[in-house]
Design a protein around this ligand. Structure first.
Ligand code: HEC
Ligand code: HEC
Length: 347
């Protein structure tokens, strides 16, 4: 195989080589060329023996004398040995010192490239909802008949927001999964090619690297919404997922959620337990892979505001609904209406 046809074969097997990294091929060609020149200059047939043995075949010529082998010959061999030992003892430590730095520089370089391309992708695909500076915003409700906008979370504090999360341990993975699968039922669509989006896994990684590179670490302050009625609190924070009347939408219906947590009408102890379980869901949130998660409200609402929302739920509780939370609407039968866990408390 000639050198050009070898090159063609290599390029065909590895198309990338044709573009960016032709350096290895160049080195290969240079090395082969060097060997060819050396072969022509000092190869077999070109070697000339010392004049005095000119007529004796190479293999039969006498070797050096003992005196030469044990004197200058030995010294020469040992000098070469010392020279190689010195070289190795300098080269290996130097290599050991320099190589990690070189690798780190390359890693930094790749990272900087990722962040730069991630920024561009972000401005293209995400900034309209999450804000040019990742500060968050709002998007229209996917159900066109509902006018209330859907809040879009800020992403410049996502690491801090999930630092103490009970449901997310790896923010990076949380971001990638959210991007890959989206959150069905919410304005957050899926972006990965596999889920019908337009972005490759590499692009999702780059966007994530960009998001993680611009974290402010600042947390929002929990709002008390003093003076807002518990019904309004529910409407503003929960209705977009659980429905205006808690009938269920991307989250389960909450009309008999107390019953699901063991509430028996008339039994105060079971009422307190159910309230505590519901409150825990609101405070911690829950992750539902591939779905809209139940967000944690611990950073958004004060404890008191959350209590008032639990009271709102108590005021609309009925029995006889499904025994398990079902994503999407599943209203309780009408004839069970009227059992009120909150009898007597007015809003
Ligand atoms: C049409 C508006 C819209 C666009 C475009 C959009 N998002 Fe979202 N995104 C949302 C909404 C709304 C949510 C919150 C959904 C919810 O309530 O669960 C969200 C949630 C997220 C979350 C989870 C945040 C958290 O606190 O858990 C991440 C991460 C995210 N988006 C990243 C992105 C990235 C990156 C892009 C661009 C590739 C993008 N989004 C494009 C609207 C959008
Ligand atoms: C982004 C959508 C979303 C928002 C906003 C939201 N939830 Fe949820 N919620 C869900 C989803 C989805 C689930 C189901 C989680 C699961 O199955 O683990 C859920 C589950 C729950 C549960 C547990 C239900 C059960 O049967 O276990 C309660 C209680 C709850 N939400 C209350 C609330 C309240 C109160 C608010 C407002 C402060 C709220 N949610 C806001 C999506 C949401």
């Amino acid at each position: 195989m000639t050198v050009p046809s070898l090159l063609l074969a290599v390029e065909a097997a590895e198309p990338d080589l044709a573009g960016g990294s032709s350096v290895p091929i160049l080195l290969l060609v240079l090395a082969l060329g060097g060997f060819a020149v050396a072969y022509l200059l000092v190869g077999p047939g070109k070697r000339k023996g010392p004049k005095r043995y000119g007529d004796i075949p190479l293999a039969q010529r006498p070797y050096h004398s003992d005196a030469e082998l044990e004197g200058p010959g030995l010294e020469r061999a040992m000098s070469w040995g010392v020279a190689f030992a010195v070289f190795a003892s300098l080269f290996l430590p130097l290599y050991w010192l320099i190589e990690p730095g070189r690798i780190n520089d390359r890693v930094d370089e790749f990272y900087a490239q990722d962040v730069a391309s991630g920024r561009a992708q972000y401005q293209n695909a995400c900034a309209s909802c999450h804000g040019v500076n990742l500060e968050g915003g709002s998007a229209p409700h996917p159900d066109a008949s509902i006018e209330t906008a859907w809040p879009v979370p800020a992403l410049n504090n996502i690491v801090a927001r999930y630092r103490d999360s009970a449901v997310v341990d790896d923010v990076r993975e949380h971001i990638i999964l959210t991007l890959r699968y989206g959150r069905s039922g919410t304005p957050m669509q899926a972006f990965s090619v596999g889920s019908g989006g337009a972005l490759s896994d590499n692009q999702l990684e780059a966007i994530t690297a960009y998001i993680l590179s611009v974290q402010t670490g600042e947390l929002p302050e929990a709002q008390a919404f003093v003076g807002q009625s518990r019904d309004t609190l529910f409407a503003n924070n929960c209705a977009r997922c659980h429905g205006e009347n808690a009938e269920g939408y991307v989250g389960p219906q909450l009309i008999n959620v107390f019953e699901r947590y063991g509430w028996v009408p008339g039994d105060d102890e079971s009422l307190e337990q159910a309230k505590a379980a519901v409150k825990q869901a609101i405070v911690n949130g829950r992750i539902v892979p591939g779905q809209a998660p139940m967000p944690s409200f611990a950073l958004e609402l004060t404890d008191d505001a959350i209590d008032r929302i639990v009271d709102h739920l108590a005021s609309i509780q009925q029995t006889g609904g499904p025994a398990f939370a079902q994503i999407g609407g599943d209203p309780v039968p009408a004839d069970d209406a009227g059992t009120d866990a909150d009898a007597g408390t007015e809003d």
